[in-house]
Design a protein around this ligand. Structure first.
Ligand code: SGN
Ligand code: CA
Length: 535
């Protein structure tokens, strides 16, 4: 933390505290608490503070209303566990080693919770981590194994596993509130990571929401029928098209009986449906039974385009239904902070591990550096510090959280962290923010969804991407003229100058962040060593 800022915030808090009639024991200035809320695959398009077309999220929006909405926040590698590793370490994937969902997280990495714990913070984590090993630096954790289940989920704790009956989003919140209520040490500041599984595939809402959401119809995205022209060898082969790759059974909850009657063969399993108890199953069938009946009648008359629209609507109903519970539960936590008098001295962050496609380019899933999966929602409130209702369009990344939280706590960040503290933006000293480009690198290929390895640079105006390994393709997007990224202008002579400048800038960023072709080759070799690709 820069001394001037430290002085201002702590002096402000000191005045605030001493001016209350609380008595001498509370006179010491308090470091702010941090509540880091993250959901899994929550697209910014599905938060009404960003976009009102799909769903109302009043509780999440409240964070922006009372704080700051970031309109240009992105991830460095759009996939779950790598994003979490970047957040915890403040280092790019190629440095922290967690390049994909497959490789284990190297627990010798230094993480910000360890440093906060050492500095006197009480720390806790609840919900989805997805590392395959337990988090370090936490006084308490209850985490889902792997992806976790929507219904009756199992949690891993330091003292063994426990299965809790009910709906995962509600339970993750119950565990969080139980910790705040019963084990929080009022003498210490705390840092809480409250991490939702929802709205991850296979999108199973709570009964109170699927009854309501399955009746809804949603506006179609403009690029639902994208034909991938100018991106034939990159976007084209990806296996995440709603029509072609989203499954009727696993994703859209059409039963085996109906599929059999219609002569449709599918290989993906039934997902979370086998986790129901009989009461939950009966409640589910009451709503999804009639959907199955209707599909059985209509299927024969569907063509590719009507089936695409039907699938998109079913997808949105379940995906958005899971978000309704996330929003309600975020409200429960915000209300708890209010009721306990904690709001004033608590920073609340809402974000997602990455963005997601809600039918844009015909897709679901993420992984690409294209807009909807590169951009991630970010809302932060910090009473008495952030001016309420501020919108911030600077390019920030998940890479920046570690250094931000360390600065807030007055802890010097290790030299080798690669992000930038967001504190200048939070306190309105925008002139101190000098970043004009961000770096991205995705690795998990060959793998599910077939998104090829790529790295790239984004400025506010342009995006330059290099796809490699089994292709050697460059793409350039003019983000201002072509925000939907439909037109790759890399070979357009009008952009030759832009390409040349951006390539230089990209090389500069790769040097700065210590990424290189030889490192990329090492990570390819890792796949060969593991037998994930052939020699
Ligand atoms: C699962 C999903 C994929 C998803 C990955 C990664 N398939 O494998 O659709 O891309 O997780 O998601 S599923 O059949 O198991 O649902 S991530 O958020 O964990 O990175
Ligand atoms: Ca995710």
């Amino acid at each position: 933390m820069k001394p001037t800022f430290l002085t201002i915030v702590f002096a402000g808090l000191f005045i605030l505290i001493t001016s209350c009639k609380q008595g001498a024991k509370d006179l010491a200035p308090k470091k702010p608490n941090i509540v880091f809320i993250m959901s899994d695959d929550h697209a910014y398009q599905a938060i009404s503070a960003y976009d009102e077309r799909l769903i109302k999220t009043p509780n999440i929006d409240r964070i922006a209303k009372e704080g700051m909405l970031f309109t240009n926040a992105s991830v460095t590698n759009s996939i779950c566990a790598p994003s979490r590793a970047v957040i915890l370490t403040g280092k790019h994937s190629h440095i922290n080693g967690k390049i994909d969902n497959i490789s284990p997280f190297d627990t010798t990495n230094v993480t910000f919770p360890q440093l906060l714990q050492k500095a006197g913070y009480q720390t806790a984590m609840f919900g989805k981590l997805h590392f395959g090993n337990n988090p370090k630096g936490f006084d308490e954790f209850k985490i889902l194994p792997g992806q976790g289940d929507y219904y009756n989920p199992r949690f891993i704790t330091a003292t063994g596993d426990t299965i809790v009956t009910g709906y995962v989003t509600d339970i993750t919140t119950d565990l969080t509130l139980d910790w705040l209520q019963n084990r929080r040490d009022a003498k210490k500041p705390f840092m809480l990571m409250y991490l939702h599984k929802a709205p991850h595939r296979s999108w199973m809402p709570a009964p109170r929401h699927y009854k309501e959401f399955t009746k809804n119809a949603y506006p179609l995205p403009a690029t639902l029928f994208d034909n991938y022209a100018t991106r034939e060898t990159t976007a084209g082969p990806a296996e995440m098209n709603i029509l072609k790759h989203m499954t009727l059974r696993y994703d859209l909850k059409i039963t085996d009986e109906v599929l059999e009657e219609l002569n449709i063969e599918e290989h993906l399993g039934i997902g979370g449906l086998n986790k129901f108890n009989p009461e939950q199953r009966a409640e589910w069938d009451k709503v999804y039974g009639p959907i199955n009946e209707a599909f059985k009648k209509e299927y024969g008359n569907m063509n590719d385009s009507t089936l695409m629209v039907w699938k998109y609507q079913r997808y949105m109903q379940d995906y958005l239904g899971t978000i309704a519970a996330v929003d309600e539960n975020v409200g429960r936590v915000l209300n708890y902070l209010d009721d306990e008098g904690l709001t004033e001295n608590t920073i609340v962050i809402y974000t997602s591990d990455q963005g997601f496609y809600l039918g844009e380019h015909g897709w679901f899933d993420k992984r690409f550096m294209y807009n909807e999966s590169f951009k991630t929602p970010l809302l932060i409130k910090w009473p008495n510090v952030i001016t309420p209702g501020t919108t911030e369009d600077e390019m920030v990344q998940n890479l920046d959280f570690a250094q931000t939280f360390l600065e807030v706590a007055g802890v010097t960040a290790p030299e080798d962290m690669q992000g930038k503290s967001l504190v200048p933006l939070l306190i309105g000293e925008k002139e101190k923010w000098d970043r004009d480009a961000v770096y991205y690198h995705y690795y998990e290929y060959p793998a599910e969804h077939a998104v090829k390895r790529h790295y790239g640079i984004a400025t506010k105006e342009f995006k330059l991407i290099h796809f490699y390994y089994d292709v050697d393709v460059w793409e350039l997007y003019d983000r201002e003229k072509d925000p939907q990224e439909l037109n790759n202008v890399f070979n357009d002579p009008d952009y030759a100058q832009v390409v040349s400048e951006l390539k230089d800038k990209l090389n500069g960023l790769r040097k700065k962040y210590k990424d290189s072709d030889s490192l990329s080759n090492q990570y390819i070799q890792l796949y060969k060593d593991k037998g994930l690709i052939e020699e």
